[in-house]
Write a protein that binds this ligand. Structure first.
Ligand SMILES: Cc1cc2nc3c(=O)[nH]c(=O)nc-3n(C[C@H](O)[C@H](O)[C@H](O)COP(=O)(O)O)c2cc1C
Length: 303
């Protein structure tokens, strides 16, 4: 079973990927936050940070999966062509982003609202020989989980490399109940390489997932990995993170981000990252908010 580090814009960049691999042994695949494709669809036309993120130099000795946000088949194919030129073997299509600014333009999970268009889009994409394999990351519906069987019928008709399923609808965003039975349904339908995503926070959660239904080809973890960078190691039977390892993790991330963006942005990112392990702890939150140095942040979190 492959372990994927979920894409999280503003956090899971090359600095985090390298530090994570060096300190905690890494994961099978690091997913890149989406590239918002422009009119031309080329990698050259992407934002500077997106171009850097996909640059093979940035990802040496790491397996990464770039992701595109578009509803235009020509843009997607141009982007995939550029990925092939950069040496990639697979690109991912984002059908999961729930942000209203994205969905109101019919992109991300906005495409799930219009199954007919989704089918014609995929027909247009798969009509031609693809320069790299295509995978997809989707939600199980826009408004309601009842949309899932219809969407599954569409997704099952195309030879995706793998299909990552966040077991919530767009309306459900990232919190509240999940629908793991939607994942079982995808496995039963014979969806290629189904990857489970949603609320896996501990090695126990993964164990419970594996014991409750059909085995996933992979699992994708986002917030759980930010809260506990040793999570993949623990899932594989290794030890939990020591205090020293966590200190080294936050210090190396801060140094990496400081070199790249300066100390103010670096500290802001560290504080954002620390929101997850500190979730719900008001005192910690207050200490973190006031902290002006990395050491204060680390003490607020770990002492
Ligand atoms: C700040 C933030 C940024 C995200 N950016 C992306 C993205 O660029 N592409 C994507 O497919 N999902 C994105 N996601 C969704 C995550 O990849 C993941 O699906 C979500 O956090 C649920 O998984 P989890 O419960 O393991 O955290 C983002 C989520 C958050 C909270």
């Amino acid at each position: 079973m492959k372990i994927y580090f979920a894409p999280m814009e503003g956090l899971t960049d090359g600095v985090l990927r390298r530090v994570h691999r060096d300190l905690f042994g890494g994961v099978d695949v690091y997913c890149l936050p989406f590239h918002k494709l422009t009119q031309s669809g080329t990698v050259a036309a992407l934002l500077t940070r997106e171009k850097r993120d996909v640059d093979p130099q940035e990802n040496r000795a790491l397996t990464v999966l770039p992701q595109a946000l578009t509803r235009d088949p020509d843009q997607l194919l141009t982007w995939m062509n550029d990925l092939a030129g950069l040496g990639y073997g697979c690109g991912d299509l984002n059908l999961g982003c729930p942000s209203p600014t994205v969905t109101k333009r019919g992109r991300g999970s906005g495409m799930l609202k219009d199954p007919e268009y989704l089918r014609s889009f995929l027909d247009a994409v798969f009509a031609r020989p693809l320069p790299v394999r295509l995978s997809v990351k989707t939600r199980i519906g826009f408004e309601r989980a009842e949309e899932w069987p219809g969407l599954l019928n569409i997704l099952a008709d195309y030879p995706f490399h793998h299909v990552t399923i966040h077991v919530r609808t767009t309306r459900e965003q990232y919190s509240g109940g999940i629908h793991p039975e939607a994942f079982d349904e995808a496995v039963r339908m014979g969806i290629p390489e189904p990857v489970y995503n949603g609320d896996l926070r501990t090695a126990g959660d993964v164990k419970a997932l594996l014991s409750r239904g059909p085995d996933p080809a992979g699992i994708m973890i986002g917030r759980g990995m930010l809260a506990n960078p040793a999570l993949a190691r623990q899932i594989r039977g290794g030890k939990e993170a020591s205090k020293e390892e966590l200190e080294a993790w936050y210090t190396a991330l801060y140094e990496g981000w400081k070199n790249r963006f300066g100390s103010t942005i670096a500290l802001g990112r560290i504080k954002k990252l620390m929101e997850w392990p500190g979730e719900g702890d008001i005192r910690r939150k207050r200490l973190l908010r006031r902290a002006v140095e990395i050491d204060e942040c680390i003490r607020a979190l770990l002492d």
